[in-house]
Unconditional design. Structure first.
Length: 365
């Protein structure tokens, strides 16, 4: 059995993939503001911003396979779950607390008196433990009303469960077969729903499952097939290619075909290109910071987007005002995410890792 420090040590990062993760997180934040400001996606310059989640899932499959394929057997199921909880769940808790605070203290609309202590407590617990509880009509019956992006974390955990119980053990042929089945399911969802924006609430619960099912497997397949394409595009070049997916024109008529193409083919290709691209030394710190801040930004921004929603619905500001409010809000949320990362997320994770190592060493003795 490998020693604990070896099991805990992560391999070197693919720096450009880290940078792309941060870029996708910023795209999600901008999209969430813009879909409130301009409800018609065909008039929204980033109308496909929600596809960033599918890119996250694909990256996750690649990174999980890269990080754990060779040590999952030594870790075992329990220790794998502990490490994933240490990595992911502190920000689930932090996002839930922020969501609770903005639910209770919203300067434009007061929802707490409507739902009362009991339902608010259940909302908070459902957010903490990632149990869908879509009861808030004013928030479009999101599965996780206090922190809407948690729906993707719910499916991320499901993917991790399948990985440690099954996926890390299966051979390449079985992985290809599963990926092809998942591709068919995803295409069915796209044709049935006319797009791939579902999974967050309403009747689209299983759409989220279809989205993670394919993209996570595709990311694993890129890694295990060694589809790492050496290239000189660099971080800037591949970032432009990624942004094109979010900025392409939104068409209600053709989304059912354009979005599956992006998710089924384009995103795995970008992961392969990002893993094989060379990075200029001057951009190493940018990519590192971008990767580090991506998850804190993703998990802390939406409580404030809820406030932006109530601000827009109650005050009905002109677009000239929103053109200032939205960029400033995005910048402030990036700064806030950085502070959360430095003063909460990293210290909590380091503490939990130390506790994990001590418990592991005692169990070995």
């Amino acid at each position: 059995m490998k020693n604990d420090s070896t099991l805990l040590t992560t391999k070197k990062h693919f720096e450009i993939l880290d940078g792309l993760r941060g870029l996708a997180a910023v795209a999600v934040v901008v999209f969430h503001f813009m879909e409130i400001a301009i409800t018609d996606y065909s008039k929204n310059f980033i109308g496909h911003g929600y596809l960033a989640v599918d890119f996250f899932f694909c990256l996750s499959g690649f990174v999980i396979a890269y990080a754990y394929d060779t040590k999952a057997e030594d870790l075992g199921i329990t220790q794998f779950f502990k490490l994933r909880l240490i990595r992911l769940h502190p920000l689930v808790v932090i996002g839930s607390v922020l969501g609770l605070l903005t639910f209770i203290v919203d300067p434009f609309v007061s929802l707490y008196p409507v739902y009362g202590f009991g339902k608010t407590l259940l909302l908070f617990l459902s957010s903490l433990f990632l149990i869908p509880y879509p009861i808030v009509q004013e928030r479009y019956f999101n599965f996780f009303n206090l922190n809407a992006p948690s729906w993707s974390l719910f499916w991320e955990y499901i993917a991790n469960i399948f990985y440690i119980f099954l996926l890390y053990k299966i051979g390449k042929k079985y992985l290809i077969s599963l990926t092809l089945i998942a591709a068919a399911v995803l295409f069915y969802v796209a044709t049935k729903s006319t797009n791939l924006s579902g999974g967050w609430g309403g009747t689209t619960f299983w759409d989220g499952g279809a989205r993670v099912f394919y993209s996570f497997l595709a990311g694993m397949l890129v890694y295990r097939s060694n589809w790492i394409i050496k290239n000189n595009l660099g971080f800037i070049g591949i970032s432009i290619l990624l942004l094109l997916a979010f900025l392409m024109p939104y068409s209600n008529e053709f989304n059912w075909i354009s979005e599956p193409f992006i998710v089924l083919v384009y995103f795995p290709l970008l992961v392969a290109l990002g893993a094989g691209a060379s990075l200029k030394p001057s951009l190493e710190k940018v990519c590192k910071l971008s990767g580090e801040i991506s998850y804190p930004l993703y998990m802390t921004h939406y409580p404030f987007v809820w406030i932006f929603l109530t601000y827009v619905t109650t005050t009905k500001p002109d677009m000239s005002v929103l053109k200032v409010v939205i960029p400033v809000s995005v910048i402030l949320l990036i700064a806030f995410a950085y502070l959360v990362m430095v003063f909460l997320d990293i210290p909590i994770r380091n503490y939990l890792k130390d506790k994990w190592l001590k418990l592991r060493s005692k169990s070995v003795i």
